[in-house]
Design a binder for this molecule. Structure first.
Ligand SMILES: Cc1cc2nc3c(=O)[nH]c(=O)nc-3n(C[C@H](O)[C@H](O)[C@H](O)COP(=O)(O)OP(=O)(O)OC[C@H]3O[C@@H](n4cnc5c(N)ncnc54)[C@H](O)[C@@H]3O)c2cc1C
Ligand code: FES
Ligand code: FES
Length: 1332
């Protein structure tokens, strides 16, 4: 077969690919071949949206162009024939004209690290192409497939909302109240403390959206589609052939000829299988524009939908039909619609086809259980003729006689109307409400005998509980003829639990939760149908008890609104002085246009090689042998680096680079394959053969480490006399809490490019890191070079959160070794799965506490033990532990306090620094203890918090003085702004009226110490040059990783030199310009570097003062020229020594911190007691930020951190196998908060400015502190769960683990269903996963 040319358009330009490789996806093609690097790689699995582009396709029959967003990472380029692709570069740029969405997302402060931004822009762009004035629903829907790890989404929504018709309004009528009416829950709305708080952006200056300015669909493609004779296209690659039939006849012929070839439609099922499971297809059939596959027909008995329709198209068709037809006919359609609203993200729904969804038969398919209960028919066709088969349980189980034959094609699906007295319902519960595969889902249908409530037909199918969708056929049979009453429900639950069984070791774990969901859904179905029966025949059927109705209502609505109250600048401040003003992130526009360059966006260097790692598949084993021969023999492979090559340089500080004779975790680096291309390196890596011999013990969990005394290091702090105090208190309680780890999930994975300069051993390292100087040190040591030969460059980092220091240095050292050995540039970019496997994250903690307290809630004695799971090496574990101990008391004065900390060494990848650095875990342990004390005293946790809080001037347990006045202010303000007391009463009222939904409210104070612990760790340097044209170039030691440090630094230069910000430029952070920098982290980057920059500016000013005062009306150009003429240097270094700080761990005292950030947050949640779902209804945050340098950036830091904290404490859950293998290695298994998770209402306010003389313009660093406030959501859920338990007669302290996932919430809301499920005896089975 001859290969043809592939033709499509990208951004209005024709692309002709003569030798197309059918295995190539659009993302690498755009990035590497067309050098359009605005489209980003975040996961490669369709789960993050960073690669979103728009595809437009012309349909010659309808003469319409369909624009839709797709994930370029899953789009095969061969599927693009005749289409127009639009990438972020195609819609606007700084060189041409910005697109309004690019402008607005930047100006509304919707970008931080900017790595997610092009994807966000393109999702929004695709929406605007179809709906220039979208509704808020359409907007949140359009962004449902895009993840952002930095912003917390609120500013992105703000930006996008400006396109909606009524942009200022929430467009939601919650209980009949919308934001513009003020007040939710019938309560008085918060009062704006600062009426004059200026807007963070001004809508008036936005470019209008003018749809006529958009790129037109290329006329050439229209003509082609109209005129070209329909003929199968074939593209042949080295290993794969792509066949694209354009008529049904050709499709059938192709399927006859290649019966094993998959029919690829959206590639969202086949693509991930090829990529992650190694499935290979020599031939692929990809139907294109076959009309019969796009049929939509309505007949007297139901709808027939073409198998080629996208899920999004199906959604629209169904939405239309349910509007037009009576409810009784559309039961199945309504149920399908319900799931289609939450299934995946918008991109996947636009790519995935109905046929692909049905035929791929995923065990967690949302639609198949519904299509099966709805008695759908599959219309098949082959060369032998047509055939119909039912979409039955047998089909779903792939029974050969109920399945498609290899030559058959699914043409369409007939979905019958429902009948009178027939009811269909859909249920699902996932880790996250949207864009997350269901843990369990279900389709249920009942048909009653005419006019009666006796069951005539019953059909129930579940997904997620077996290897395929499972039907409870026998149970349903046995219930036929039974009346619809509680007795029937009870029998139904028992029958279904007997029939749909899950072994304790079932894949996916969460076994008891799944069993509970199976019958909880059944209960919901029972209630839903009862309610419908009542509606149909009120006289005959009883009403549902009011308290039961809550089981059926949806959780609180998804419309968002917010208020922000920040500080005003002093009216006397000069208008051109930018300090204190909400200046946009300097790279904001470039983030939005895709012009911002990240490490992997750098063009290939001549003869560049790619490096990939081979990692251990055993958690604790001896390496018996490594066979590299096969891998080395593969084409393109240049070398494989092992520990033998690194003899003498294989370690740095406490860390070993490549495994020598033992491996200590799954993911331990064993060797590195270097090849001419990424594909070759990856293929060769798979051929490296390693023989292991398992070693004992295998220690994964903290409990196992305690058992084996596998401890790395210990620390203790003590104040007062704890033992004596325990003798004097009214009550003593003991408890413990476990806190799971957290994956950084920075959107840009670990990336580096090392370029040998070819002279004197010099080497340049371009790397995404927070700590260039450390990378320089490690690389220099590995290459046995002096540091002055190794230069490390960082322009920007696509998110880091603490995860781009230790492991990055090891990866960079090995990459540099390879580059140096071969004298060629080497690039290493980790895939998301590798990154998650190798790099470790936040430490899981076990906290044990013993509190002695008085009956009024005063805690007089506290003895706390922290155990952290450090993983297989030290990394920063000890430091994290120490920081946790120093900050553990949060906002409370415990007069007698003893806290111990132990780092456990386990066989997990080494855990490391993460935003908050030990405090989020340590603080949660303390708050859990306080909550227990409150229960014991019969007080609210807030009362106990208030009574134990630091008041005025006090000293901490390590004897550092503090003034806690702002803490009390934050607490008071937060109480007032959140209307805490009124809402507490409202919550209690809600809970009394609702049985199956409960609300909870919690308020948490915050005292976050900021400092570096040691003077030397706080030093910072900067370099400022002034050029003769009057412009300035500034460099400093801080890394721009989204926190806006470069923006703040330019604000500093602008104020100090009284120079417009536009005259100041900042290129990159480099060890070449500013040596011996400290790591960027710990909330102090702008603080310290800003002071150094200020120093440099002041030096310059001092030097130039005589010139300036002689010509005060002159410009910088004049002054610079005069200085030059007088031989006065226009360049200055600036230096800041660091804050005076010390900590003596022997004595347990010191002054490790410079200042404290105070705050408080109040969150209200609603939980669904039957499914464990929760919704954050409202959060109020009050922070004391000193004097904000840039309120827009600071609010962004607080909000972003809060949402990240919410993720930590509620949905982000890592799962490990009993052998120590991390299962959750991508966005499809590990859920970070998405747009659906943000609070419906969010109010952030800053206290009026306060003075802190030592810091930069009295500002406070806010990078980390807000994260802990996310635990207000944890404790609000705790409050709601307690209410549920109390109603069911369960009292006493409630032991919960973090994160409070749907599983934990559901199982804590014990009820008759949790009692009904079978429980496995611990030890009688090997669980699928272990909590580490
Ligand atoms: C990030 C992500 C999130 C997801 N989230 C969800 C979710 O929340 N809920 C959910 O239910 N699913 C979810 N999915 C799964 C998704 O619904 C399926 O992958 C999708 O529906 C498959 O459709 P497709 O057109 O892409 O199939 P393809 O990958 O193109 O094909 C899949 C299979 O179907 C066969 N096939 C396709 N069309 C025909 C035909 N006409 N005749 C015969 N055989 C055919 C192919 O041969 C192939 O074997 C998600 C997937 C991804 C990647
Ligand atoms: S990179 Fe494509 S969705 Fe994540
Ligand atoms: S700005 Fe969204 S991931 Fe960083």
């Amino acid at each position: 077969m001859d290969s043809q040319e592939l033709l499509f358009f990208v951004n209005g330009r024709k692309v002709i690919e003569k030798n197309v490789d059918p295995e190539m996806m659009l993302l690498p093609y755009l990035r590497k071949k067309l050098r359009l690097t605005g489209t980003k790689y975040g996961c490669g699995s369709g789960g993050c949206g960073a690669c979103t582009v728009m595809v437009s396709r012309y349909n010659p029959s309808t003469k319409a162009v369909r624009h839709h967003p797709v994930n370029a990472c899953l789009t095969p380029i061969c599927s693009l024939y005749g289409t127009a692709v639009t990438t972020v570069e195609g819609i606007g740029s700084t060189r041409t004209r910005l697109h309004p969405i690019q402008e607005r997302i930047a100006k509304c402060h919707g970008t931080q690290c900017g790595f997610c931004t092009p994807g966000m822009v393109m999702s929004m762009y695709a929406l605007l192409r179809n709906h220039p004035e979208p509704t808020l629903d359409q907007l949140t829907d359009a962004l449902s497939g895009n993840l952002c790890r930095c912003t917390g989404y609120r500013p992105i929504i703000d930006a996008c909302k400006t396109f909606c018709k009524a942009s200022g309004c929430c467009q939601g009528k919650e209980n009949g109240v919308c934001c513009s009416d003020g007040g939710v829950n019938g309560l008085a709305e918060l009062q704006d403390g600062d009426e004059t708080s200026p807007e963070l952006f001004s809508e008036e200056e936005f470019l209008p959206l003018d749809p006529t300015q958009e790129l037109i669909f290329p006329p050439e493609l229209m003509l082609m589609a109209e005129k070209q004779p329909p003929k199968t296209r074939v593209f042949c690659g080295d290993r794969m052939t792509w066949i694209s039939p354009v008529t049904l006849k050709e499709l059938l012929e192709a399927k006859f000829k290649y019966p094993q070839a998959p029919i690829v439609m959206g590639n969202t099922s086949v693509g991930p299988e090829v990529k992650f499971k190694g499935v290979f297809h020599p031939a692929i059939i990809s139907p294109d524009r076959i009309e019969e596959l796009g049929v939509i027909s309505q007949a007297c008995d139901g709808l027939t939908l073409g198998a080629g329709l996208s899920l999004d198209q199906v959604k629209h068709v169904l939405a239309d039909v349910v509007q037009k037809l009576p409810e009784e006919k559309t039961q199945t359609y309504r149920a399908l619609l319900k799931h289609l609203r939450t299934l995946a993200g918008s991109q996947i729904r636009n790519m995935a086809s109905l046929g692909g969804h049905i035929v791929s038969r995923h065990l967690d398919s949302d639609l198949n259980p519904l299509l099966a209960v709805g008695n759908c028919t599959l219309n098949l066709l082959s060369k032998d003729g047509e055939r119909q088969i039912p979409l039955s349980e047998q089909f779903l189980r792939k029974c050969p006689d109920a399945d498609l034959k290899p030559q058959e094609v699914l043409v369409s699906v007939s979905i019958p109307y429902s009948r009178k007295w027939e009811f269909v319902s859909a249920f699902r519960q996932a880790q996250r409400q949207q864009n997350a595969l269901a843990i369990v889902n279900s389709g249920m249908r009942v048909l009653f005998r005419e006019g009666g409530d006796l069951i005539k037909e019953l059909s129930i199918l579940y997904g997620g509980v077996g290897p395929t969708t499972v039907s409870a056929t026998n149970s349903c049979q046995r219930l036929i003829g039974r009346p619809w009453n509680e007795e029937m429900l009870d029998t139904a639950c028992r029958l279904v639990l007997d029939e749909v069984t899950l072994p304790g070791s079932a894949p996916g774990g969460k076994v008891e939760f799944k069993r509970t969901l199976i019958i909880s859904f059944l209960f919901k179905f029972y209630l839903e149908v009862s309610q419908s029966l009542k509606r149909m025949d009120p006289a005959h059927y009883p009403s549902l008890a009011d308290r039961y109705e809550s089981a059926l209502e949806d959780l609180h609505s998804k419309h968002h609104w917010r208020t922000l109250t920040h500080q005003n600048v002093d009216p006397m401040q000069l208008p051109q002085d930018p300090i204190g003003r909400p200046i946009m992130h300097l790279s904001g526009i470039k983030h939005a246009t895709g012009e911002a360059i990240y490490c992997d966006d750098m063009p290939a260097v001549d003869q560049e090689l790619f490096l990939t790692f081979v990692t251990s598949s055993r958690a604790h084993a001896r390496i018996v042998s490594i066979d590299l021969s096969e891998a080395l023999s593969l084409p393109g492979v240049v070398d494989i680096i092992t520990a033998d090559h690194l003899q003498g340089v294989n370690t740095f500080a406490t860390e070993t680079f490549l495994a020598t004779d033992e491996v200590h975790c799954i993911g331990h680096l064993v060797c590195a394959v270097i090849a001419e291309s990424e594909t070759q390196a990856k293929q060769a890596a798979k051929q490296v053969k390693i023989v292991y011999q398992d070693l004992k013990p295998l220690i994964l969990t903290i409990e196992e480490a305690i058992q084996h005394k596998s401890f790395e290091s210990e620390r203790k702090l003590e104040c007062g006399n704890v033992d004596e105090a325990f003798q004097k208190v009214d009550q003593i309680l003991e408890g413990e809490i476990y806190i799971g780890g957290q994956e950084h999930f920075y959107m840009e994975t670990q990336s580096m490019l090392v370029v040998p300069k070819g002279e004197d051993g010099e080497i340049d390292v371009y790397v995404s890191t927070q700590f260039p100087k450390y990378i320089q040190d490690v690389v220099a040591s590995t290459l046995k070079l002096s540091a002055n030969k190794v230069m490390c460059h960082v322009r920007r980092v696509g998110g880091a959160f603490g995860g781009k220091v230790g492991k990055t240095s090891i990866l960079a050292a090995i990459t540099a070794f390879a580059a140096s050995k071969h004298g060629r540039a080497v690039r290493c970019i980790l895939e998301r799965g590798e990154d998650m496997l190798i790099t470790g994250g936040r430490h899981p903690y076990l906290g044990k506490y013993k509190a002695g307290f008085m009956n009024d809630g005063r805690i007089l004695a506290l003895d706390v033990e922290h155990y952290s799971n450090g993983g297989s090496s030290v990394d920063e574990s000890l430091w994290v532990l120490e920081w946790g101990l120093l900050k553990m008391e949060n906002a409370y004065k415990f007069p007698n306090l003893r806290c111990w900390g132990t780092v456990c060494r386990t066989n997990l990848p080494s855990n490391t620094a993460f935003r908050g650095f030990g405090f989020p875990q340590a603080g949660l342990i303390t708050e859990a203890c306080i909550t227990d004390v409150a229960v014991q005293c019969g007080l609210s946790p807030e009362q106990v918090r208030a009574i134990n809080m630091y008041k005025q001037i006090d000293i901490t347990h390590y004897k550092q003085e503090l003034s806690a006045k702002p803490l009390a202010e934050c607490w008071r303000e937060c109480m007032a702004k959140s209307s805490y007391s009124l809402r507490k009463t409202a919550v209690e009222r809600f809970n009394a009226e609702n049985s199956w939904k409960k609300r909870g409210l919690a308020m948490i104070p915050l005292k976050f110490p900021v400092g570096t612990g040691l003077l030397a760790l706080g030093q910072a340097a900067a370099l400022v040059h002034i050029y003769l044209d009057g412009s300035a170039l500034v460099t400093h030691g801080g890394i721009e990783m989204g926190q806006g440090v470069h923006t703040k630094i330019i604000q500093v230069v602008s104020r100090e030199l009284r120079m417009p910000m536009s005259s100041v430029h900042l290129r990159e952070t480099s060890t070449e310009t500013v040596p011996n920098t400290n790591a960027s982290g710990g909330s102090v980057v702008a603080d310290l570097n800003g002071l150094a920059v200020k120093d440099a500016c002041q030096t310059l000013l001092k030097r130039l003062e005589p010139i300036i005062s002689k010509n005060p009306r002159g410009t910088w150009k004049d002054w610079a020229q005069t200085a030059f003429d007088q031989s006065i240097s226009l360049s200055a270094v600036g230096y800041f020594r660091g804050y005076e700080s010390d900590m003596n761990w022997e004595k347990g005292e010191g002054h490790p911190f410079e200042y404290f950030v105070y705050g408080a947050a109040c969150s209200e949640v609603e939980i669904d007691c039957l499914t464990g779902a929760h919704k954050n209804i409202r959060t109020d945050i009050v922070m004391d930020v000193g004097r904000s340098i840039n309120p827009a950036i600071d609010i962004g830091q607080v909000e972003g951190a809060f949402i990240q904290g919410m993720g930590l404490y509620t949905i982000e859950e890592l799962s490990y196998s009993p052998q120590g293998m991390l299962y959750s290695r991508g966005p499809n298994q590990y859920k970070i908060p998405a747009i659906c998770d943000i609070p419906t209402e969010l109010h952030v306010s800053f206290l009026p400015p306060s003075e802190h003389s030592n810091t930069l313009y009295s500002s406070k660093g806010l990078g980390e502190s807000g994260l802990f406030l996310g635990c207000s959501v944890f404790f609000a859920i705790h409050d709601a769960v307690r209410a549920a338990r109390q109603e069911r007669g369960i009292s006493g302290p409630l032991k919960l683990r973090s994160p409070l996932t749907p599983e934990r919430i559901r199982m804590a809301c014990e009820d008759k269903f949790t009692k009904m499920i079978p429980r496995d005896k611990p030890g009688s089975y090997v669980p699928w996963n272990v909590p580490v």
